[in-house]
Ligand binder design. Structure first.
Ligand code: UDP
Ligand code: LCN
Length: 808
């Protein structure tokens, strides 16, 4: 039972609690979220004349700070308290006598349904989904701060297993080493070594052999000597490297240790063919940002593909192998391509030797739907057949099974699950952004929202894919487990109700070592510091300067600057509601100090509502014009409705940095935020939302600034303060600029990302191999959900699409 709540009840704040509860009963809403609760508490403190100290530091304030939800019942209140990250307690407190009793998750979910008017006890129980029993026997992290460091934990666990039962685990390791082949060539160990005991003996012999060689002697010189002892290519490219790898194996057999295990497994050449799934399409290398929903994911996957190929080439060269690793980005082919290459089956990824975009069409269930772009909210009926068709195409393109399948976003992760299950390949998931936490209470009200969003399918797909994945990479810690005051994106799948569909009593185990934080990087050929003038093209710079500050072309640009010498306050994003460019415009519009010091320059895809078919985008375009009019921003703002070529999107940040401008990312929530990395590496002091990933990227006041987009005055004040400091001390801009650059190079590069990702893929591949049978029961449960829950829902949606087409 909640200690904190009991402490409040037993303290002299009992009366305050009682009065506060009284206030909750006066609210119209019965389901109160944290933002509502904080607001009511602030009103309470003001109404009874409590000082700031009480509001900030009382026990009741702490309790309220940690309470995620209040549900008001007739006689009692239900509280969801989250005293530490990733842990929740649900309790019920009696309104009259303040008696507290714990509530089960089941009772809590029933109550949620009741509050939404969806509880029908006479109809019997609703389906309960519970994944916990499948995790009960797998290793589990204890301390919430270690969530997201799964692989470190797993290595320790595996090496302790090696200690406990060396016989079994060494046998697994031995068999694992014999598994690997490349294009028909056996790697690592051949049939001359038949048992684990023979391996130990031969290892001593081969070590003596390589120790007698010059350290830099190429492997080819002694390949056949090694072969006759039972060792094949893959241990290293020189005598020194081969020796190092074999010594790791020797040390592991003698005295298992988690670091040695990681180093050894990370060297094993087992990844040659990688598939990245980003199914919802419009995936291209040029003009890819013209549609809502694609943005950062496309940028991320393309950069990742390039970097993966490079890293695999380097790793294989070090392992002494001559290989041509292949990376395939699997996406859908869209016949009506709207001038892009989305209708082209195969496209080489620029700057690579063997990375490709493979486009597979959706089956023509309904050509007027499937030949066109389909929103991510409507895509569900087409994914299973897409996975089946893609399997065939992938096998043909790769000449065999892939070694790793990485899914992206809810749809791509579901396809990755289907493919990985059929092909028996390691599955990795990347969410990018989970919709469930973006749309507050979207699960509780799914029935009202389903017509538009189909969350019933999306959340089921999410549960399936995240539980099936061998490992999950997230860009931040908070994506998994949240912050002290906000729930993580994965955390929101732990327990929730989909009234009348199912109750999730345990949807995901955050403490499972499958979670790993591996942030992305930036393409360093495109985004680099503005000071590297030798790498910049003067023509591009001048052209973009003009575009940003002076070009008069109503097709592309809105607005004329009265004083173009003022500092540019720059932002670039799609015009989605959540990106909140209109909020930034409003903040600028309401601050004369800001207008005095800076011009607002926005790069935001489109200028005209009639050019868009997206409801949110149209609303945002209209709102932006309205703000410009209402606050008379003419002369102070420029709005570029352009789709920049890739190189231009890099140079544009640098041009703004040349003028000592700043970058502002005002999103209401940003899962990660690639533009933040791009602006920081370019040397632009960056102000970014404190809600989401930027909280982890930026160290506030050190290498950038965090802002609250809901508090526009405060946001304006913090920018004005920065600009004033820059005016008073010309070095200040420079300091923040260089620290931002440093931050990205030290922590957010694709090299760091891919090295980590590949090491994870190898370790989870090994783990998967060693514990395959243990996962079969989980996978069978997941399959059942797919066929009995997901598929019928997807079928219904398909019928709806057909009906819509018939009506139109
Ligand atoms: N971008 C762009 N032109 C635009 C808007 C965005 O090139 O007009 C790029 C931007 O440089 C970044 C990506 O789109 O690489 C957006 O990624 P982010 O993670 O910031 O947000 P998302 O769009 O994924 O929500
Ligand atoms: C999706 C988002 O919403 C962004 O925050 C991320 O940066 C992007 O994907 C890439 O992961």
């Amino acid at each position: 039972m909640s200690e904190l709540l009991q402490m409040v009840i037993d303290s002299d704040e009992r009366a305050d609690l009682r009065q506060f509860i009284g206030l909750l009963y006066q609210q119209e809403k019965r389901y109160l979220l944290r933002s509502d609760i904080l607001q009511i508490f602030s009103e309470y403190c003001a109404s009874v004349g409590k000082e700031a100290n009480f509001y900030n530091h009382s026990l009741l304030a702490r309790l309220i700070y940690f309470t995620q939800e209040f549900i008001v019942e007739n006689e009692s209140l239900c509280l969801v308290i989250r005293p530490v990250v990733a842990r929740q307690e649900v309790v019920r407190i009696n309104r009259e006598d303040l008696r507290v009793e714990p509530m089960t998750i089941q009772a809590y979910l029933d109550l949620c349904d009741q509050t939404a008017g969806r509880f029908r006890p006479q109809d019997g129980d609703v389906l309960e989904l519970d994944f916990q029993p499948f995790y009960d026997f797998s290793p589990s992290i204890r301390d919430p701060k270690n969530i997201g460091r799964g692989v470190q934990f797993l290595n320790r666990y595996l090496s302790s297993k090696l200690f406990q039962d060396p016989g079994q685990w060494l046998q697994t390791l031995f068999q694992f080493l014999r598994l690997h082949r490349y294009n028909g060539t056996q790697l690592l160990i051949n049939e001359r070594i038949q048992t684990q005991q023979q391996l130990s003996t031969q290892l001593k012999r081969v070590l003596a052999l390589v120790s007698s060689r010059r350290p830099d002697e190429p492997y080819a010189n002694f390949r056949f000597d090694m072969q006759s002892l039972g060792f094949e290519p893959g241990w290293g490219n020189t005598a020194a490297r081969v020796r190092e790898s074999l010594e790791l194996l020797d040390a592991l057999i003698d005295s298992p240790d988690h670091e040695i295990l990681e180093s050894l497994i990370s060297r094993i050449p087992m990844l040659f063919r990688v598939v990245l799934v980003s199914s919802h399409g419009w995936f291209g290398q040029e003009g890819v940002l013209g549609r809502p929903d694609t943005g950062g994911q496309v940028v991320y996957v393309l950069d990742q593909a390039r970097s993966l190929e490079k890293q695999l080439q380097e790793d294989h060269a070090l392992a002494g192998l001559e290989t041509t690793p292949k990376v395939i980005i699997l996406t859908r082919l869209i016949a009506n391509n709207d001038g892009t290459r989305s209708n082209q089956r195969l496209e080489k990824v620029y700057g690579t030797d063997n990375a490709w975009i493979l486009r597979v069409p959706f089956r023509e269930f309904n050509p007027s739907v499937t030949q066109n772009w389909i929103s991510r909210f409507e895509i569900w009926p087409y994914l299973e057949s897409f996975a089946l068709d893609s399997e065939r195409e992938l096998l043909a393109e790769l000449g065999g099974r892939p070694d790793l399948i990485v899914g992206n976003y809810s749809d791509g992760n579901l396809v990755a699950f289907l493919l990985a299950r059929r092909l028996k390949v390691t599955q990795c998931n990347i969410a990018h952004a989970l919709e469930k936490s973006k749309y507050a209470l979207s699960n509780l009200h799914w029935q009202e929202l389903d017509e538009q969003y189909h969350f019933s399918l999306q959340y089921t797909a999410d549960l399936i894919a995240m539980n099936a994945a061998n490992f999950i990479i997230s860009s931040t810690y908070q994506e998994i487990a949240g912050t002290p005051d906000s729930m993580g994106q994965y955390e929101s799948y732990r327990h929730f109700t989909m009234p009348e569909l199912y109750h999730v009593v345990s949807g995901i185990d955050l403490f499972n070592p499958k979670f790993n934080v591996v942030p992305p990087g930036v393409n360093e050929n495109i985004y680099f510091p503005y000071t590297r003038t030798e790498e910049r093209t003067p023509g591009d710079r001048e052209r973009l300067e003009q575009l940003l500050f002076s070009l008069e072309d109503s097709e592309q640009v809105f607005g004329h600057l009265a004083d173009p010498t003022k500092r540019p306050l720059f932002s670039m994003a799609r015009l989605d509601r959540i990106k909140n460019l209109t909020g930034l415009a409003e903040c600028f519009a309401k601050s004369p100090e800001l207008q005095e010091r800076a011009n607002l320059i926005l790069v935001a895809g489109k200028l005209r509502a009639e050019d868009s078919t997206d409801r949110e985008e149209i609303a945002e375009i209209n709102r932006l014009y309205e703000i410009v009019d209402r606050y008379q921003l003419a002369g102070k703002i420029r709005w570029l409705g352009v789709r920049l070529a890739k190189v231009d999107s890099g140079e544009i940040y640098r041009v703004v940095a040349d003028r000592q401008g700043i970058f502002v990312q005002p999103a209401l929530f940003e899962a990660f935020g690639l533009t933040i990395l791009e602006s920081m590496i370019s040397g632009l002091p960056t102000f970014a939302t404190r809600f989401g990933g930027p909280l982890e990227i930026i160290q506030d006041g050190v290498n950038g600034f965090l802002i609250n987009p809901n508090a526009q005055e405060e946001m304006a004040a913090s920018i004005v303060e920065f600009l004033s400091k820059c005016d008073a001390n010309p070095d200040y801009w420079q300091q923040i600029s260089s620290r931002g650059i440093q931050r990205v190079y030290s922590t957010y590069t694709w090299k760091i990302h891919t090295t980590r990702l590949l090491s994870l893929a190898r370790i989870y591949g090994f783990w998967n191999y060693g514990s395959q049978e243990n996962r079969e029961d989980l996978l069978r449960y997941i399959e059942m959900l797919f066929y009995l829950l997901y598929k019928p829902g997807a079928q219904k949606l398909l019928e709806r699409h057909a009906l819509q087409v018939a009506i139109e």
